[in-house]
Each structure stands twice: as structure tokens, then as C-alpha cells.
Design a protein around this ligand. Sequence first.
Ligand code: ADP
Length: 226
Amino acid sequence: MSALAVRGITKTYPAQPPVEALRGIDLDVEAGERLAIVGRSGAGKSTLLNILGLLDEPTAGSYQLHGEEVGRAGERRRDQLRTDAIGFVFQDSHVLGHRTVRENLGIKLAINRVPTDQRDGRVRSSLERVGLVHRIDAPGRLLSGGEKQRLAIARAIVTQPSVILADEPTGNLDPANSDVVLGLFDEQAQTGVAVVVITHDMRIAAWADRAVTLESGRFRPGVLTP
Ligand code: ADP
């Protein structure tokens, strides 16, 4: 069974005239696979990521997460899966500047209702994984750009998701820090996490196990060259 299985997903935004952002998407992502989705601005990448992340619902089609039909599951179940099964990483780290590194992660664990006595251990092990334990008491605003993105990844993995969805995760980073981010995604994939990255960056497309190109709401074969 695939981690993610999408069949015939369409998404039409109500507008005058309606916008067909996705026009029949089929996609399987296996556990431990690193998939890059590339495409020009307006191709439908964010729309697809929002649907995969249960932030938006498809107009039609099927979306199975670990075999469970979730595309139009009830709101409570979608909320639960979004917080428990999926880790999000965005271009902007969304680190809370006035909270410490520990607090930035603790808030996520509180949202996920992880028991209090487990939180410190989870925080430490995810910070160890991203190489940020030494900054545990630093306020977010004092972190460098690369450190902030490592904290964003720690926040995505502290809840031990089975899927990571990343939107231009290296967009604000220099090549060295980008490599750190990709290395962290590698480690997650090696533990069986499915990693899906939306990107304009051809280095990421080359890094991934597989890259697909989205064009006007459909996949087309081959990788787009900018
Ligand atoms: P990408 O992420 O590849 O730039 P998007 O998924 O953001 O593409 O957008 C795909 C298409 O859907 C674009 O034509 C965009 O203008 C349109 N679109 C996105 N969101 C909305 C919305 N909320 N309402 C109407 N049209 C939208």
C-alpha cells in the first residue's frame, strides 16, 4: 500500500470563469520515497500540496493516506491526521521569535496532545536529529536562517509524522544550508517517511528519487528545465 495514493483529483476554484487548478491528478508516493513536484508559477503546485496536506478538499477524485480515504473525510478526522500524520515545512520557517527553541517545539507537542512527561524527551531527540540541541534555550529570533529552518524541520518531525510535505523548503537558504535540509529529509526517508517537496530548484529535483512536472493542473512526463 502506498503512503499517499491520489486518483483523478480535480480542483476547481469558484470564480468567473471557474479556475481549473487541477485537472485529473494520479499520484502514488511510497513510504521512504522522496518526490519532487516541479512546475511554473500557477501550475497548481500549492493547490496539490494543500490537498495532500488536508488543508483543502478536492472537487472530485480520491485521496488515500495509508489506505484510508481522506479527501473528503470529516473535519475532525482530517484535523487529527493533519496534526498526527503530516509534518509541514515551508519556505518561511515560521519560527516564533519570542519563544525559545524548546518552546517552539513544545507548543507543537501540546497541540498534538503529547503527554507532558514525554515532551522534553521528544524535544531533545528531534533537536539532536537536526543538530540544534546547543540552541535549546535560545529565543527563535537569535537563530540564523539555516538554524531557523533546522528548527522548522525539528518541529515537523517532533510529532513523528509518516509524511513530510515541504513547500520550497530551501528557497531562503544558501547552498550549504540547503544541503543540510536535504540531508535531514534523507534521514527521514530512510526511516520510512514519505517526503514530498514542491520546488523551483532543479537541485532538489535531481536529489529526489523521482521528480514530476505539473503544468496547467496536469502532470506531464519529464522534468521541466527553467
Ligand atoms: P502554483 O503553486 O503552482 O503557483 P497554485 O496552486 O497556487 O499554483 O494555483 C493554480 C491556479 O489556481 C492558478 O491559476 C491560481 O491563480 C489559481 N488559484 C489558486 N488559488 C485560488 C483561489 N483560492 N481562488 C481562485 N483561484 C485560485
